[in-house]
Design a protein around this ligand. Sequence first.
Ligand SMILES: Nc1ncnc2c1ncn2[C@@H]1O[C@H](COP(=O)(O)OP(=O)(O)OP(=O)(O)O)[C@@H](O)[C@H]1O
Length: 357
Amino acid sequence: MSLQADIQLALPGFQLDAHFSLPAQGVSVLFGPSGAGKSTLLRCLAGLEQGVRGRLQFGTQCWLDSAQGRCLPAHQRSIGMVFQDARLFPHLDVRANLAFGYQRTPAAARRLAWDQIVDLLDLGPLLARRSSTLSGGERQRVAIGRALLTSPELLLLDEPLAALDLVRKQEILPLLSRLQQELTLPLVYITHALDEVSRLADHLLLLAEGKLLAQGGLSEVLSRTDLPAWLDEELGVVLETELQEELAEYQLLRLGFAGGQLLVPAGSPTSTRRRRVRILARDVSLALQADAAVSILNRLPAVVQAIRPANHPAHVLVQLTLGASQLLARITRYSCATLQLQPGMPVWAQIKSVALL
Ligand SMILES: Nc1ncnc2c1ncn2[C@@H]1O[C@H](COP(=O)(O)OP(=O)(O)OP(=O)(O)O)[C@@H](O)[C@H]1O
Protein backbone atom coordinates (compact mmCIF):
# COMPACT_ATOMS: atom_id res chain seq x y z
CA MET A 1 0.00 0.00 0.00
CA SER A 2 1.25 3.48 -0.73
CA LEU A 3 0.09 7.02 -1.26
CA GLN A 4 0.25 8.06 -4.92
CA ALA A 5 -0.23 11.71 -5.67
CA ASP A 6 -0.31 13.72 -8.85
CA ILE A 7 -2.03 16.95 -7.88
CA GLN A 8 -2.22 20.55 -8.93
CA LEU A 9 -3.74 23.50 -7.14
CA ALA A 10 -3.86 27.10 -8.35
CA LEU A 11 -4.16 29.76 -5.65
CA PRO A 12 -3.91 33.51 -6.30
CA GLY A 13 -0.16 34.01 -6.75
CA PHE A 14 0.79 30.42 -5.98
CA GLN A 15 0.76 27.21 -7.97
CA LEU A 16 1.23 23.77 -6.39
CA ASP A 17 2.24 20.95 -8.70
CA ALA A 18 3.28 17.75 -6.94
CA HIS A 19 3.79 14.26 -8.28
CA PHE A 20 5.06 11.74 -5.75
CA SER A 21 4.67 8.35 -4.19
CA LEU A 22 5.01 7.73 -0.47
CA PRO A 23 5.43 4.35 1.17
CA ALA A 24 2.47 3.67 3.44
CA GLN A 25 4.79 2.93 6.30
CA GLY A 26 7.39 4.80 8.29
CA VAL A 27 7.80 8.55 8.53
CA SER A 28 7.83 10.76 5.44
CA VAL A 29 9.11 14.24 6.00
CA LEU A 30 8.07 17.22 3.92
CA PHE A 31 10.80 19.84 4.03
CA GLY A 32 11.27 23.16 2.29
CA PRO A 33 11.60 26.89 2.84
CA SER A 34 8.80 29.09 4.12
CA GLY A 35 6.11 29.54 1.48
CA ALA A 36 7.15 26.38 -0.41
CA GLY A 37 3.63 25.03 -0.16
CA LYS A 38 4.14 22.34 2.50
CA SER A 39 0.98 23.12 4.47
CA THR A 40 -0.98 23.53 1.27
CA LEU A 41 0.18 20.12 0.07
CA LEU A 42 -0.77 18.51 3.38
CA ARG A 43 -4.17 20.19 3.23
CA CYS A 44 -4.67 18.81 -0.29
CA LEU A 45 -3.94 15.30 1.01
CA ALA A 46 -6.38 15.82 3.86
CA GLY A 47 -9.15 17.05 1.55
CA LEU A 48 -9.16 20.51 3.13
CA GLU A 49 -8.44 22.48 -0.07
CA GLN A 50 -11.06 23.26 -2.71
CA GLY A 51 -10.28 23.06 -6.42
CA VAL A 52 -7.49 20.45 -6.32
CA ARG A 53 -6.97 18.81 -9.72
CA GLY A 54 -5.37 15.44 -10.47
CA ARG A 55 -5.30 12.11 -8.67
CA LEU A 56 -4.77 10.89 -5.12
CA GLN A 57 -4.75 7.20 -4.39
CA PHE A 58 -4.18 5.76 -0.90
CA GLY A 59 -3.80 1.99 -1.16
CA THR A 60 -7.02 0.79 -2.73
CA GLN A 61 -8.89 4.01 -1.90
CA CYS A 62 -9.19 6.67 -4.55
CA TRP A 63 -9.45 9.98 -2.70
CA LEU A 64 -9.34 12.24 -5.72
CA ASP A 65 -9.78 11.82 -9.44
CA SER A 66 -10.78 15.20 -10.80
CA ALA A 67 -11.12 13.88 -14.35
CA GLN A 68 -13.86 11.57 -13.08
CA GLY A 69 -15.35 14.24 -10.84
CA ARG A 70 -14.41 12.29 -7.73
CA CYS A 71 -13.27 14.05 -4.56
CA LEU A 72 -13.70 12.28 -1.26
CA PRO A 73 -14.50 14.75 1.56
CA ALA A 74 -11.99 15.06 4.41
CA HIS A 75 -13.98 13.00 6.90
CA GLN A 76 -13.98 10.00 4.55
CA ARG A 77 -10.20 9.92 4.02
CA SER A 78 -9.14 8.02 7.18
CA ILE A 79 -6.63 10.72 8.01
CA GLY A 80 -5.66 12.21 11.36
CA MET A 81 -4.21 15.70 11.39
CA VAL A 82 -2.15 17.58 13.96
CA PHE A 83 -1.29 21.27 13.59
CA GLN A 84 1.35 23.52 15.10
CA ASP A 85 -1.24 24.97 17.47
CA ALA A 86 -3.06 22.09 19.08
CA ARG A 87 -6.56 23.45 18.30
CA LEU A 88 -8.13 21.79 21.33
CA PHE A 89 -11.57 22.80 22.54
CA PRO A 90 -10.61 25.17 25.41
CA HIS A 91 -13.89 24.80 27.30
CA LEU A 92 -13.58 21.00 27.45
CA ASP A 93 -11.34 18.85 29.60
CA VAL A 94 -8.79 16.49 28.06
CA ARG A 95 -11.07 13.47 28.31
CA ALA A 96 -13.81 15.28 26.34
CA ASN A 97 -11.31 16.51 23.76
CA LEU A 98 -10.09 12.97 23.23
CA ALA A 99 -13.61 11.58 23.19
CA PHE A 100 -14.55 13.99 20.40
CA GLY A 101 -12.65 12.00 17.80
CA TYR A 102 -13.18 8.63 19.41
CA GLN A 103 -16.96 8.83 19.57
CA ARG A 104 -17.29 10.06 16.02
CA THR A 105 -15.64 6.85 14.82
CA PRO A 106 -18.10 3.95 14.66
CA ALA A 107 -17.06 1.18 17.10
CA ALA A 108 -16.59 -1.31 14.27
CA ALA A 109 -14.15 1.04 12.51
CA ARG A 110 -11.94 1.61 15.58
CA ARG A 111 -8.50 0.16 15.09
CA LEU A 112 -6.83 1.92 18.00
CA ALA A 113 -8.10 1.45 21.53
CA TRP A 114 -8.65 4.28 24.01
CA ASP A 115 -6.37 2.77 26.69
CA GLN A 116 -3.63 2.03 24.18
CA ILE A 117 -3.44 5.67 23.05
CA VAL A 118 -3.81 7.11 26.55
CA ASP A 119 -0.94 4.88 27.75
CA LEU A 120 1.25 5.46 24.73
CA LEU A 121 1.06 9.24 25.07
CA ASP A 122 0.94 9.16 28.88
CA LEU A 123 -2.32 11.09 28.91
CA GLY A 124 -3.81 9.40 32.01
CA PRO A 125 -2.73 12.12 34.48
CA LEU A 126 -4.15 14.83 32.20
CA LEU A 127 -7.63 13.43 31.55
CA ALA A 128 -9.49 15.61 34.05
CA ARG A 129 -7.54 18.79 33.24
CA ARG A 130 -9.15 21.62 31.30
CA SER A 131 -7.27 21.96 28.03
CA SER A 132 -6.75 25.71 28.63
CA THR A 133 -4.53 24.85 31.64
CA LEU A 134 -2.15 22.55 29.76
CA SER A 135 1.42 23.37 28.81
CA GLY A 136 2.34 23.54 25.12
CA GLY A 137 3.87 20.05 25.17
CA GLU A 138 0.86 18.57 26.97
CA ARG A 139 -1.50 20.22 24.50
CA GLN A 140 0.35 18.67 21.57
CA ARG A 141 0.26 15.23 23.21
CA VAL A 142 -3.51 15.59 23.58
CA ALA A 143 -3.85 16.81 19.98
CA ILE A 144 -1.90 13.77 18.75
CA GLY A 145 -4.05 11.51 20.94
CA ARG A 146 -7.26 13.08 19.64
CA ALA A 147 -6.15 12.55 16.06
CA LEU A 148 -5.14 8.94 16.75
CA LEU A 149 -8.43 8.12 18.46
CA THR A 150 -10.23 8.62 15.17
CA SER A 151 -8.30 5.46 14.10
CA PRO A 152 -6.70 7.03 11.03
CA GLU A 153 -4.73 5.03 8.51
CA LEU A 154 -2.42 7.98 7.91
CA LEU A 155 -1.35 10.71 10.33
CA LEU A 156 -0.45 14.15 8.95
CA LEU A 157 1.55 16.45 11.22
CA ASP A 158 2.05 20.10 10.27
CA GLU A 159 5.03 21.33 12.32
CA PRO A 160 3.59 19.87 15.52
CA LEU A 161 6.64 20.76 17.61
CA ALA A 162 7.47 24.16 16.13
CA ALA A 163 6.09 26.10 19.08
CA LEU A 164 7.81 23.97 21.72
CA ASP A 165 11.16 24.46 23.40
CA LEU A 166 13.93 21.92 23.07
CA VAL A 167 13.10 20.11 26.31
CA ARG A 168 9.46 19.58 25.30
CA LYS A 169 10.54 18.48 21.83
CA GLN A 170 12.82 15.89 23.36
CA GLU A 171 9.86 14.56 25.35
CA ILE A 172 7.53 14.26 22.39
CA LEU A 173 9.87 12.97 19.69
CA PRO A 174 10.42 9.58 21.37
CA LEU A 175 6.63 9.29 21.72
CA LEU A 176 6.21 9.85 17.98
CA SER A 177 8.86 7.26 17.35
CA ARG A 178 7.04 4.78 19.62
CA LEU A 179 3.65 5.36 18.12
CA GLN A 180 5.05 4.95 14.65
CA GLN A 181 6.58 1.61 15.61
CA GLU A 182 3.84 0.27 17.88
CA LEU A 183 0.88 1.33 15.79
CA THR A 184 2.60 0.79 12.43
CA LEU A 185 0.90 3.97 11.33
CA PRO A 186 2.48 5.94 8.48
CA LEU A 187 3.20 9.58 9.28
CA VAL A 188 3.71 12.56 7.01
CA TYR A 189 5.53 15.26 8.94
CA ILE A 190 6.21 18.88 7.96
CA THR A 191 9.19 20.52 9.53
CA HIS A 192 11.53 23.48 9.19
CA ALA A 193 14.14 21.71 11.27
CA LEU A 194 15.51 18.59 9.65
CA ASP A 195 17.65 17.70 12.65
CA GLU A 196 14.42 17.52 14.64
CA VAL A 197 13.10 14.60 12.64
CA SER A 198 16.17 12.94 11.19
CA ARG A 199 15.90 10.25 13.81
CA LEU A 200 12.34 9.51 12.74
CA ALA A 201 12.39 10.10 9.03
CA ASP A 202 12.59 7.34 6.48
CA HIS A 203 11.50 9.22 3.42
CA LEU A 204 12.09 12.83 2.47
CA LEU A 205 10.20 15.10 0.10
CA LEU A 206 11.83 18.43 -0.73
CA LEU A 207 9.46 21.15 -1.82
CA ALA A 208 10.22 24.65 -3.11
CA GLU A 209 7.92 27.16 -4.81
CA GLY A 210 5.14 24.61 -5.03
CA LYS A 211 7.26 22.00 -6.84
CA LEU A 212 8.95 18.84 -5.63
CA LEU A 213 12.71 19.07 -6.01
CA ALA A 214 13.58 15.61 -4.79
CA GLN A 215 12.10 12.63 -3.03
CA GLY A 216 13.47 9.37 -1.73
CA GLY A 217 15.23 7.85 1.26
CA LEU A 218 16.50 10.40 3.75
CA SER A 219 20.18 9.75 3.18
CA GLU A 220 19.76 9.29 -0.55
CA VAL A 221 18.19 12.75 -0.89
CA LEU A 222 20.48 14.59 1.53
CA SER A 223 23.63 13.28 -0.09
CA ARG A 224 22.62 14.55 -3.50
CA THR A 225 24.86 17.27 -4.78
CA ASP A 226 22.43 18.88 -7.22
CA LEU A 227 20.15 20.46 -4.64
CA PRO A 228 19.63 24.19 -4.26
CA ALA A 229 21.71 26.49 -2.14
CA TRP A 230 19.34 26.70 0.81
CA LEU A 231 20.02 23.03 1.50
CA ASP A 232 23.77 23.36 1.59
CA GLU A 233 23.99 23.39 5.38
CA GLU A 234 21.74 20.32 5.60
CA LEU A 235 23.65 18.14 3.17
CA GLY A 236 25.15 15.00 4.59
CA VAL A 237 24.29 11.39 5.26
CA VAL A 238 22.30 9.44 7.79
CA LEU A 239 23.81 6.10 8.69
CA GLU A 240 22.17 3.14 10.37
CA THR A 241 24.63 1.79 12.93
CA GLU A 242 24.75 -0.82 15.61
CA LEU A 243 26.19 -0.37 19.07
CA GLN A 244 29.33 -2.46 19.45
CA GLU A 245 30.88 -1.24 22.66
CA GLU A 246 30.40 1.34 25.41
CA LEU A 247 33.59 3.07 26.48
CA ALA A 248 32.20 4.08 29.86
CA GLU A 249 35.41 5.72 31.05
CA TYR A 250 35.25 8.20 28.17
CA GLN A 251 31.45 8.33 27.83
CA LEU A 252 31.75 7.23 24.21
CA LEU A 253 29.98 4.63 22.13
CA ARG A 254 31.62 2.56 19.44
CA LEU A 255 29.14 2.11 16.59
CA GLY A 256 29.57 -0.21 13.64
CA PHE A 257 28.09 0.46 10.21
CA ALA A 258 28.47 -0.92 6.70
CA GLY A 259 31.70 0.93 6.03
CA GLY A 260 33.55 1.08 9.35
CA GLN A 261 33.21 2.16 12.92
CA LEU A 262 32.51 5.47 14.62
CA LEU A 263 33.14 6.75 18.12
CA VAL A 264 30.40 9.09 19.29
CA PRO A 265 29.59 10.73 22.64
CA ALA A 266 27.05 8.65 24.53
CA GLY A 267 23.52 10.04 24.27
CA SER A 268 20.56 9.38 26.53
CA PRO A 269 20.44 5.70 27.52
CA THR A 270 18.26 3.46 25.39
CA SER A 271 17.78 -0.26 25.24
CA THR A 272 18.06 -0.39 21.46
CA ARG A 273 21.36 -1.39 19.89
CA ARG A 274 20.48 0.07 16.53
CA ARG A 275 21.36 3.76 16.44
CA ARG A 276 20.99 6.29 13.67
CA VAL A 277 23.63 8.96 13.20
CA ARG A 278 23.83 12.00 10.97
CA ILE A 279 27.08 13.31 9.50
CA LEU A 280 26.87 16.69 7.81
CA ALA A 281 29.04 17.35 4.76
CA ARG A 282 30.45 20.48 6.38
CA ASP A 283 31.79 18.34 9.25
CA VAL A 284 33.87 16.08 7.02
CA SER A 285 37.39 17.02 5.92
CA LEU A 286 39.77 14.97 3.82
CA ALA A 287 43.42 13.93 4.16
CA LEU A 288 45.68 11.87 1.92
CA GLN A 289 47.40 10.11 4.80
CA ALA A 290 46.28 8.61 8.07
CA ASP A 291 47.83 11.02 10.48
CA ALA A 292 47.43 9.50 13.94
CA ALA A 293 48.50 12.65 15.76
CA VAL A 294 45.20 14.55 15.52
CA SER A 295 42.42 14.93 18.02
CA ILE A 296 39.68 13.97 15.56
CA LEU A 297 38.22 10.68 16.77
CA ASN A 298 36.84 9.42 13.53
CA ARG A 299 39.17 8.97 10.59
CA LEU A 300 38.01 6.44 8.05
CA PRO A 301 39.49 5.19 4.79
CA ALA A 302 37.28 6.12 1.85
CA VAL A 303 37.37 6.44 -1.91
CA VAL A 304 36.45 9.59 -3.84
CA GLN A 305 33.46 8.86 -6.02
CA ALA A 306 32.59 12.25 -7.48
CA ILE A 307 33.36 15.94 -7.03
CA ARG A 308 30.70 18.55 -7.62
CA PRO A 309 30.39 22.32 -7.18
CA ALA A 310 28.82 23.46 -3.93
CA ASN A 311 26.60 26.46 -3.39
CA HIS A 312 29.44 28.79 -2.50
CA PRO A 313 32.06 29.02 -5.27
CA ALA A 314 34.82 28.55 -2.69
CA HIS A 315 33.50 25.05 -1.85
CA VAL A 316 33.10 21.70 -3.55
CA LEU A 317 31.14 18.64 -2.47
CA VAL A 318 33.00 15.36 -2.53
CA GLN A 319 31.04 12.13 -2.60
CA LEU A 320 32.88 9.27 -0.92
CA THR A 321 32.31 5.57 -0.60
CA LEU A 322 33.23 3.66 2.55
CA GLY A 323 32.52 -0.01 2.01
CA ALA A 324 28.79 -0.20 1.37
CA SER A 325 28.13 3.28 2.75
CA GLN A 326 28.43 6.79 1.41
CA LEU A 327 29.69 9.99 2.94
CA LEU A 328 29.65 13.56 1.71
CA ALA A 329 32.41 16.08 2.41
CA ARG A 330 32.26 19.82 1.81
CA ILE A 331 35.77 21.17 1.42
CA THR A 332 37.25 24.25 -0.22
CA ARG A 333 37.95 24.18 -3.92
CA TYR A 334 41.46 25.28 -2.98
CA SER A 335 42.00 22.13 -0.82
CA CYS A 336 40.56 19.98 -3.57
CA ALA A 337 43.10 21.40 -6.01
CA THR A 338 45.99 21.20 -3.53
CA LEU A 339 45.25 17.54 -2.72
CA GLN A 340 44.68 16.89 -6.44
CA LEU A 341 41.55 14.93 -5.63
CA GLN A 342 40.16 12.76 -8.43
CA PRO A 343 37.41 10.14 -8.60
CA GLY A 344 38.81 6.74 -7.59
CA MET A 345 41.43 8.19 -5.25
CA PRO A 346 41.78 6.72 -1.75
CA VAL A 347 41.53 9.33 1.02
CA TRP A 348 40.99 9.54 4.76
CA ALA A 349 37.70 11.08 5.79
CA GLN A 350 38.09 13.03 9.02
CA ILE A 351 34.76 13.46 10.71
CA LYS A 352 34.59 16.40 13.07
CA SER A 353 31.15 15.74 14.43
CA VAL A 354 28.67 12.90 14.44
CA ALA A 355 25.16 13.52 15.73
CA LEU A 356 23.53 10.59 17.44
CA LEU A 357 19.87 10.79 16.49
N1 LIG B 1 -5.92 30.22 0.82
C1 LIG B 1 -4.88 30.76 0.18
N2 LIG B 1 -5.07 31.71 -0.76
C2 LIG B 1 -4.04 32.25 -1.43
N3 LIG B 1 -2.76 31.92 -1.23
C3 LIG B 1 -2.51 30.98 -0.30
C4 LIG B 1 -3.53 30.36 0.45
N4 LIG B 1 -2.97 29.46 1.30
C5 LIG B 1 -1.63 29.54 1.07
N5 LIG B 1 -1.37 30.43 0.13
C6 LIG B 1 -0.04 30.79 -0.40
O1 LIG B 1 0.55 29.59 -0.85
C7 LIG B 1 1.94 29.62 -0.60
C8 LIG B 1 2.35 28.39 0.17
O2 LIG B 1 1.87 28.50 1.50
P1 LIG B 1 2.08 27.32 2.56
O3 LIG B 1 1.51 27.78 3.86
O4 LIG B 1 1.56 26.07 2.00
O5 LIG B 1 3.67 27.24 2.64
P2 LIG B 1 4.58 26.48 3.69
O6 LIG B 1 5.65 25.81 2.92
O7 LIG B 1 3.74 25.61 4.57
O8 LIG B 1 5.16 27.70 4.51
P3 LIG B 1 5.57 27.82 6.06
O9 LIG B 1 6.74 26.93 6.24
O10 LIG B 1 5.91 29.28 6.20
O11 LIG B 1 4.37 27.43 6.87
C9 LIG B 1 2.22 30.93 0.11
O12 LIG B 1 2.67 31.85 -0.84
C10 LIG B 1 0.89 31.33 0.66
O13 LIG B 1 0.79 32.72 0.77
